[in-house]
Ligand binder design. Structure first.
Ligand SMILES: Nc1nc2c(ncn2[C@@H]2O[C@H](COP(=O)(O)OP(=O)(O)OP(=O)(O)O)[C@@H](O)[C@H]2O)c(=O)[nH]1
Ligand SMILES: [Mg+2]
Length: 574
């Protein structure tokens, strides 16, 4: 029988599990990679078709099955599905700073598109998220009809999957610590009553075992207000709180060490007292940040097509055209609806960004939802406390310009994954109403809050709710696609249906005046890199000028010795 599993590393990476990823938040963004072919299987899943088994060295990797809620319009469905598949394929544990298997060797994970569970009047279910009809479909696909449990597999939603990837990719002690903290905070908000292997009821992470009930079904009591589960829950909560305290102390230590390192970097670099400026390279995951930092600093950094290839922050030095030396800081990438737990837990790392002298925002200009990527990054920057002045001064880089021709918009996705095929898995479910209307912001948010409600129904007794985290929607989902115009430059596409998918905080960035990139680059071929260095040089010089001007003003105002006015001297003499 399957044991309840924990989200903490490396349990989910066990080859024993076929991990079922229910990517629920309807929030993945567009194309990340040179898009893998989107394959919606028409025949029931069979273990023969397991993607990993065919490739030598892949036998030990987790097996993943992606369940993607249906989205409208279709290009958005394809973009989200693609990102979900990339996320699923990115889940692999690092060893010695690298991965055992080339990302490009991996096949697309098995997946199906199912009905959106948030149709009117239908609440997502605690145990399966989807309704019975969809569950049946998924069950057939998993070929697990004998299972007593609905699916018999651990279910990860998108947030859990991202956290798990962070856990798996973290290499340094600092990153591991922060990833564990994020997983713990997430887990704490999702404790539900589950049946353990020996048939006893306990509390654990939803998806670890059969979810017994959101209201204590099976125990004969009303929730866990009464009954044996109460003590169990308290025990689980206490364990989580204790571990969390320890981790927080250690993260605080990391925080202090980082601050000291920053101060020492400043001191070391200062031939004229101004210190070595730090330029933080930020951007959506897979935009090419690490590749760009490598190219600019001429020192190789790990880069990969997998999402969140970089979890450990790195600093490299580079020389600007003026001869000035700068530090380039490569850090974790962002993603739409970045789990709030990650932002919190990675505070020490992300502080490097907030403290940097200058920001370079790298965008993958071939992404069909470039505008969404941009607003996601702006949202996260705001979230981590980057000042408006710094955001205004940020250099925007459109990377992968060499790939621009190969950019794929929604129309180019294969036909077989379009409407008709998708409805093959969605039209017949008797309890999964079709939700043909476009997803509105309300709908989108309702999804996350529903999921939260479900998972916390059993956790009414939690008294320290202030420490809990919901799957907060951090990013807006504006989807203005970049299209190449005739002369090869990029222009924003006119508003699409996809723009209806928005998060409430999107309006915060509607003011940001962004007419285009400051520079277009190819980190791979070197195009635009010199220009970028030039712009960095100029920006830093402008900053120096501002500092100097301020210094001069302050000196002239306060630099001279104060003397009393003459009249007063006269008065004193008298
Ligand atoms: N064609 C093309 N590919 C690029 C370019 N820059 C980066 N890539 C590729 O894009 C993929 C992602 O690059 P990374 O540098 O790892 O991206 P990142 O932004 O650091 O990604 P994370 O660390 O996962 O957030 C890799 O496969 C790179 O080879 C570019 O200018 N052109
Ligand atoms: Mg990277």
């Amino acid at each position: 029988m399957m044991r309840a599993i924990s989200l903490s590393r490396p349990s989910l990476l066990s080859p024993l599990f076929q991990t079922l990823n229910s990517l629920l938040s309807l929030s993945c963004s567009g194309r990340i990679l040179p898009a893998p072919p989107i394959r919606v299987p028409s025949a029931p899943y069979s273990s023969d078709s397991t993607a990993y088994e065919d490739v030598p060295g892949l036998e030990s990797l987790p097996k993943l099955f992606v369940v993607q809620p249906r989205l409208r319009p279709d290009p958005i469905l394809q973009a989200k599905l693609n990102e979900a598949l990339c996320l699923a394929n990115s889940l692999e544990e690092q060893r010695d700073g690298g991965f055992g298997v080339d990302y490009s060797d991996k096949d697309v994970p098995n997946h199906i598109v199912v009905q959106n569970p948030s149709a009117k009047g239908h609440k997502a279910r605690a145990d399966t998220y989807f309704g019975l009809g969809t569950v049946e479909n998924v069950k057939i696909q998993l070929n697990l009809l004998e299972s007593k449990r609905a699916w018999g597999k651990p279910v990860l939603d998108r947030v859990a999957l991202i956290i798990e990837i962070f856990n798996a990719h973290a290499y340094t002690k600092e990153a591991k610590l922060q990833a564990e903290l994020a997983a713990l905070m997430y887990k704490k908000s999702r404790l539900v009553r589950v049946r353990s292997d020996d048939g006893r009821y306990t509390f654990g992470f939803d998806g670890e075992a059969e979810v017994v009930s959101a209201r204590g079904r099976g125990s004969g009591g009303r929730g866990f207000i009464s009954g044996a589960g109460e003590t169990e829950l308290q025990l689980q909560r206490r364990r989580i709180s204790e571990r969390r305290k320890i981790l927080l102390t250690q993260v605080e230590e990391v925080h202090r060490t980082r601050a000291l390192q920053r101060a020492s970097r400043k001191r070391r670099g200062g031939s004229h007292g101004q210190g070595l400026p730090t330029v933080a390279v930020v951007g959506y995951t897979n935009a090419g940040k690490s590749t760009l930092v490598s190219a600019l600093s001429d020192s190789p950094l790990y880069s990969d097509d997998r999402l969140f290839a970089t979890v450990d922050p790195t600093v490299r030095s580079a020389v600007l055209p003026s001869g000035r030396k700068v530090l380039l800081s490569d850090t974790v990438g962002f993603i739409s609806n970045l789990p709030v737990q990650l932002v919190e837990a990675f505070h020490a790392t992300l502080e490097e960004v907030a403290e940097a002298d200058l920001l370079v925002h790298v965008l993958d200009c071939t992404a069909p939802n470039l505008e969404e990527h941009r607003s996601t990054v702006l949202s996260v920057l705001e979230q981590i406390g980057v000042s408006k002045e710094k955001v205004d001064d940020m250099i925007e880089v459109w990377n992968k310009i060499d790939n621009q021709e190969g950019g794929m918009d929604g129309d180019e996705y294969p036909d077989d994954a379009e409407d008709g095929q998708a409805s093959e898995f969605s039209g017949e479910e008797e309890d999964d109403m079709a939700s043909e209307q476009s997803l509105s912001a309300g709908n989108n948010q309702a999804d996350s809050s529903d999921a939260y409600e479900l998972s916390t129904d059993n956790v009414e007794a939690m008294d320290d709710a202030k420490d809990d985290y919901t799957d907060g929607c951090l990013a807006s989902e504006d989807d203005r696609n970049p299209l190449s115009d005739e002369d090869g430059s990029f222009v924003p596409q006119k508003t699409t249906d996809a723009q209806q998918i928005q998060c409430s905080n999107e309006s915060r960035h509607s003011q940001v005046d962004q007419s285009g990139p400051h520079v277009k680059t190819s980190a791979l071929t070197g195009v635009g890199l010199q220009e970028l260095l030039q712009i960095i040089d100029e920006r830093l010089r402008d900053q120096d000028d501002k500092v100097k001007a301020k210094y001069v003003v302050e000196r002239s105002a306060f630099g001279q010795k104060w003397r009393p006015p003459r009249e007063e001297e006269t008065a004193v003499a008298v």
